[in-house]
Structure formats: C-alpha cells, structure tokens
Design a protein around this ligand. Sequence first.
Ligand code: BJW
Length: 243
Amino acid sequence: MEQTVISARLRDLLARARNVLVLTGAGVSAESGVPTFRGGGQSAVWKGMPFDVISSARMLERDLSAVWEWFNYRRGLLATLNPNPAHHAISQWQQRFANLSLVTQNIDGLHQAAGSRNVIELHGNIWRARCFECNSRQELPELRADCDVPVCTDCGGHLRPDVVLFGEMLPPGAFELAAHEAEQCELCLVVGTSAVVYPAASLPEIARAAGAYIVEVNPEPTPLSAACDEVLSDKAGEVLPLL
Ligand code: BJW
C-alpha cells in the first residue's frame, strides 16, 4: 500500500478542532468481516433476494418470519465478529476532541463494542426488537436459529427488528440531532459509506454548508467525493489509526 498522504490542513484541524462529526457506514465494519451492501466485494443477498427486497417495509407485511430468519442469520454472523482498528480509533477520539459526535448508519453495534458512547444510530440496531402493537423496545441478546416471530413480553403483540428498512422513517429525533451536530462541527469525517442513502447522505452536505472541512475515507469514489475537501482513498482500518 502506498503511504496515505494527510494534508497539513487536516493535521492542523486534528490538532485543534473542538467539534468533530464522524459519519460511518458499512465500510467501517468491512474489515471486521461484515458484508457491505454496495460496492466491491460481497453484496448482501439472502436466498436470492437482494437486500432492498428482504430489508423492506413491504417484506414485513408479506412475510415477517422470512424477515426474522434473515435478521437471525445476520445476528449469528455478527456474534462471531469483533470491532476493528477503525472502530477503536473512533472510540479513542471521544477522549481527544471536546465534542466528538458519532453518527452511524450501521445496525451492528460494533462502535459500542469498541467503547464508543452516545452513538447516534440512524438506522436502528439489530440487537433490538420493537413491538408492532405497543411500540415497546426489547433487547435481543440471545441467538435464535428458527424463524418464528417473537412476541412482546409487555402486550403479546408481534415483534419486528428495530431497524429502519427501505421506505421507513428514521427513529424520531435521530436525524434532527445528527443534523444539529453537523451544523456545529468544524471537521466532518465520512467513513465507509457509499453516500447514496438519504437522509444520512445529506449530513456532510449540511456540515459543508455550515463551513466544516469534509474528509472522506473510502477506497472507492462516491457521489460525495467531488464535494469533499480531502479524500483518503484507503481502508478505514488502515487510515483512521494514522489520524
Ligand atoms: C470501505 C471499506 C473499508 C468498503 N474502509 N470504506 C432523497 C433522494 C432519493 C431517495 C431518497 C431521498 N430521501 C429518502 C429517499 C429514499 C431512501 C433512499 O435514500 N434511497 C436511495 C437508495 C435512492 N431512503 C429511505 O427510504 C430512508 N427513509 C426515509 O427517508 O424516510 C422518509 C421517506 C419515506 C418514504 C419515502 C420518502 C421518504 C430509510 C433508509 C433506511 C436504509 N436502511 C438500510 C437497511 C437497514 C436494514 C438492514 O441492514 O437490512 O440501511 S439500506 C442500507 O444502506 C443500510 C445502510 O445503513 C444504508 C447505507 O449503506 P452504507 O452504509 O453507505 O453502505 P454501502 O454498502 O452502500 O457502502 C459501503 C461503502 O464502504 C462503499 O462505498 C465501499 O467502497 C466502502 N468500503 N470497504 C472504508 N475497509
């Protein structure tokens, strides 16, 4: 690998920025072994169905047990995986910067496993379920191999994974909080996302409009790349520890 070049401007910002926002996507977990949704390498397909079919609000209505089978399979895979150097570097930045906001599109919980706190999860968390009837949320620590639909311990209603599927709204307040942090930050690091899913992809645009310096960390170009101040075209697990 060629040595990653970090500009003097970025070094300076890393030394004195107080408000930093990090937006992560599936690529930050790729080196832990979590498949990404798009881009090179493996793409998520379940029993011949593309992920945007199986992970859709429509599939919840059509076949809830198939959705559970898909998420049970993924929890089983995740249970065997660990945070990588990118997750650990971001976790350490919480001590380094006065205000480090970590906003993730990931549902895997690996940022928290690396020690990050107050993670703003835009798309939910695979280790939680939510009741269709009473909306209560329940942790899902245990792994299940079957595809039965679990029921709510409060009201007996059917549970669903507490993740934001295509065509669904984000959790109330999560995007608003992230957008507020984006407006405040001086430095915005966009790590391992294809930057095509909205509204998450609008956060760097909000930060840029408010005057922040935008840095993308991604081995592949994205629709955001041209609008960034700096692009570090390498793997997150290799670049972030250098920063
Ligand atoms: C590495 C690496 C390494 C590899 N190091 N990097 C405005 C315009 C157009 C459309 C819309 C819009 N507003 C809303 C929409 C509709 C839709 C949308 O955005 N569609 C676009 C795809 C066209 N958005 C929604 O539906 C959202 N809801 C919403 O807006 O509600 C209001 C509304 C409702 C109805 C109508 C209109 C408005 C909800 C989006 C929910 C997304 N959910 C998913 C699935 C979660 C459940 C599951 O896991 O099954 O979330 S989709 C999937 O994509 C997942 C991810 O969080 C999300 C983003 O993907 P991400 O993280 O960027 O990963 P990848 O795989 O795409 O990219 C990985 C990147 O890593 C690549 O670039 C690699 O190069 C890189 N990489 N290795 C660094 N080692």
